[in-house]
Design a protein around this ligand. Structure first.
Ligand SMILES: [Zn+2]
Ligand SMILES: [Zn+2]
Length: 145
């Protein structure tokens, strides 16, 4: 017998796995309630938080909102402050570089949770985009050991 709670959680997980948009709880609720009209926003919140605590999904805050991600592989995020989109950044070199080079007194870094804030290409005016030169090669190649 599948419990009602399990069905709700399954639907939430199903939706999270189907999207790369890193939805907020409200966005998850909007989708899941199409399948389960009786589900409440607080139930969605509770499930998402429990799943994040159990390490089944990622939870991170940016733009004053919590976002959720079914991709729990090691990666960082890029956040567009204009359209509020969140994109994945799979670049372990950045984190390794920070771990090795960040000097924080009396503290040992074990993991990093980076969010790069800026504007995505859809939100940068054409003229400005043309001026944004690609980064120089030596800036990109960091911490090559
Ligand atoms: Zn944007
Ligand atoms: Zn992600």
């Amino acid at each position: 017998m599948i419990k009602r709670n399990t069905v709700q959680k399954m639907k939430i997980m199903e939706y999270l796995m189907s999207t790369k948009s890193h939805p907020t709880a409200e966005a998850v609720y909007a989708e899941v309630s199409k399948d389960i009209p009786t589900i409440s926003l607080s139930t969605v919140y509770r499930n998402l938080n429990t799943m994040a605590e159990d390490g089944e999904i990622l939870k991170f805050e940016v733009g004053n909102e919590a976002h959720f991600d079914a991709d729990i592989s090691f990666h960082h995020h890029v956040y567009c402050k204009v359209c509020k989109s969140v994109f994945d950044l799979h670049d372990t070199e950045i984190a390794d570089y920070i771990k090795e080079n960040a000097k924080i007194p009396n503290f040992k870094i074990e993991s990093t949770n980076l969010i790069f804030v800026g504007r995505c290409c859809d939100c940068i005016p054409q003229e400005e985009m043309a001026q944004t030169a690609p980064p120089a090669a030596e800036e990109v190649q960091i911490a090559a050991e």
